[in-house]
Ligand binder design. Structure first.
Ligand code: ZN
Length: 488
């Protein structure tokens, strides 16, 4: 598939002497007190975070709720001011992503997903997650793990033949981002937990509540109840071992507030109406057919191909991984201009552009051949005009596979059509309802009255309940309502 930065030799880059003189220094870390060998100045660290932040926001999107953004920002800012690096340009964002995740970039950029917010149980837990991520930054974990060779890679702007959104299975587009998601070591995690506990206590929150987050992560993982498993674990391993360590540490940490802050109700009230799970307005699959309500189109992907719907593109990869079909939005103002811009990319040789109509939509199409350092790709690009937007439908295969795949690729391209059924166009995401239990009763009886019996497993996981407990009157319960699953 197309050559990206990741395929370039790291060693080759370093040997090329790109890294001339770096501020190579062994310094004492202000948060941990330990000596640290860091290749990067603080100004470089901040620049690195700022560049990556732009990509993260473009790739994952901000959750469109200003109140919730400000709430997280204010809590984060107070914690950061209580840290050892208060002068960094601290930035806190809620990402519009259903996965359970939180992460930090160098320079003080901290992210929580709407997915993790749904599964947290109190303000103290949120403060713990933010404190832990702040700890990775104050202890400079990412920065000290980036090697000299990797540092040489950053910010070089190595050209790519296909734009990032056209690469198969782009998670996060660039190498610089991959480098920032280095898996932390067990020691890094312990240290970030300890710093998280420290910052929580400084603000008067009960530091033992951070252990509740670890418990939630373990549970969601073991039950498979969460949305495709908590991503947080990929970069923050071993929640079970950490739970006990956090409790031990919290017991020894004085909190200048009696009783310590927890803020369960305060926090849960903020979650009222929070979008839960995948948002079907951004597209969903029904079998191999993909419907996108906001853009009002449907497309049939080839049978048996692996599909993925990301913010910037929906794509399908052949089982042999030698062909790809993807649909994305073009910025240009007409189908012809969109195809022309696509063919104008570096390394691309395009055929003549033919204009016409596809399922009643104005369209333009052209064959292309793209040559990368490793292989030649053959493909066909189609752009269609629909409701004031231009959809770019790109089909390609490695040259040797094109003859065998072009039939199925062209059939899929030809299936792009307006979505007209009201039941799809009007679909809405599931949202959290925060319900104060009106009278003592069992969970199952309450869900039945709420018409949410089908969501028992999710409600248990969201509220950390077991079996069918009797809920006390006044207990605040998170229930997902509406969405595809809740559709009659
Ligand atoms: Zn961590």
């Amino acid at each position: 598939m197309p050559v990206g930065r990741r395929t370039r030799s790291l060693l080759g880059r370093a040997a090329a002497g790109v890294l001339a003189v770096q501020a190579l220094a062994c310094t004492v870390n202000p948060a941990t007190g330990g000596r640290q060998f860091v290749l990067m100045t603080e100004a470089q660290e901040i620049q690195l975070g700022r560049d990556a932040d732009r990509d993260i926001v473009a790739e994952m999107g901000l959750y469109p709720d200003e109140d919730l953004q400000n709430y997280v920002k204010d809590l984060g800012a107070r914690l950061a001011q209580a840290s050892e690096r208060p002068h960094l340009p601290w930035t806190f964002r809620v990402l519009d992503d259903p996965l359970i995740n939180a992460f930090a970039l160098p320079g003080g950029y901290i992210y929580v997903t709407r997915g993790i917010l749904a599964y947290l149980d109190s303000e103290a837990e949120l403060v713990g997650v933010l404190g832990h991520e702040i700890g990775h930054v104050t202890a400079r974990h990412s920065v000290s793990r980036i090697s000299r060779a990797q540092l040489a890679q950053l910010g070089l702007g190595v050209g790519m033949i296909l734009a990032p959104e056209l690469q198969p299975y782009v998670g996060l587009a660039s190498t610089s981002l991959e480098l920032l998601f280095l898996k932390f070591s067990r020691d890094d995690e312990r240290q970030a937990d300890a710093l998280g506990v420290r910052y929580m206590a400084r603000l008067g929150y009960d530091p033992a509540r951070l252990a509740g987050v670890m418990e939630m992560l373990s549970r969601v993982t073991s039950e498979g109840a969460g949305p495709r498993g908590p991503e947080w674990l990929a970069t923050h391993p071993n929640p079970e071992n950490r739970e006990k360590l956090i409790l031990d540490l919290a017991a020894r940490t004085p909190v200048p507030q009696t009783p310590p802050l927890v803020g369960r109700e305060e926090f849960l009230r903020r979650l009222e109406g929070l979008v839960f799970g995948d948002n079907p307005r951004e597209g969903f699959f029904e079998g191999r057919t993909f419907h996108h309500p906001d853009l009002a189109f449907s497309v049939d992907f080839p049978e048996g191909w692996r599909t993925a719907n990301a913010k910037r593109a929906v794509q399908a990869l052949s089982p042999q991984q030698d062909a790809l079909l993807l649909v994305t939005l073009a910025r240009e103002s007409s189908p012809r201009a969109a195809v022309a811009a696509f063919l104008g990319r570096e390394g691309m040789v395009g055929g003549a552009i033919a204009e016409g109509s596809l399922n009643g939509l104005p369209s333009a199409r052209a064959r292309f051949r793209a040559t990368t350092a490793e292989r030649t790709l053959e493909g066909e690009v189609v752009a269609v005009e629909h409701r004031g937007a231009r959809l770019l439908v790109v089909a390609y295969a490695v040259a040797s596979a094109w003859d065998g795949r072009q039939g199925v690729l062209r059939a899929a391209q030809g299936s792009v059509r307006p979505l007209t059924e009201a039941r799809y166009l009007q679909v809405s995401p599931a949202r959290l309802k925060i319900l104060a239990v009106p009278r003592s009763e069992s969970l199952s009886a309450l869900l039945q009255r709420e018409g949410a019996s089908s969501r028992l497993a999710a409600v248990r996981a969201l509220n950390r309940l077991e079996g069918d407990p009797v809920l006390p009157a006044g207990f605040l319960l998170k229930i997902p309502v509406g969405g595809l699953e809740g559709r009659p």
